[in-house]
Design a protein around this ligand. Structure first.
Ligand code: CA
Length: 124
């Protein structure tokens, strides 16, 4: 049993208990908020990945239409990293170029010229 005794002259502030409709709308609002948060969380790393991915590194690397042309400038190919270049050396090739510009050349051409996707284009 719940008795409310309000002294004369006191201001009573009624705080309504939330009706089922209110709870449903609160739940809908929370779901919308959660959905927006999830969308934001998913889109931020994605956009960062897009900005810093190979497409970005491709910026100014020279285009080569074939390995013959690439090897004319880089006799042992171009590697995406020092580790990738060392992998070629372990495999018995001479070291491909892997400096910052050689990396750009790699990212510009790797889809056509690094068919085995080992991180070095036109190794030999
Ligand atoms: Ca390769």
């Amino acid at each position: 049993m719940n008795l409310h005794v309000t002294p004369p002259g006191a201001v009573s502030i009624a705080i309504p208990h939330s009706a089922p409709d209110d709870r449903a709308s609160m739940r809908a609002m929370r779901n919308r908020f959660t959905g927006a948060l999830v969308a934001l969380t998913l889109s931020v790393p994605l956009s960062v990945a897009v900005l810093s991915g190979p497409a970005d590194a491709a910026g100014t690397g020279t285009y080569f239409s074939s390995c013959k042309r690439l090897n004319a400038k880089y006799p042992h190919g171009v590697a995406k990293s020092r580790a990738a270049a060392q992998k070629q050396v372990r495999a018995g090739y001479l070291s491909p170029k892997y400096g910052s510009y050689a990396q750009k050349v790699y990212w510009r051409n790797y889809k056509r010229l690094d068919r085995d996707r080992d991180g070095t284009a036109c190794e030999r």
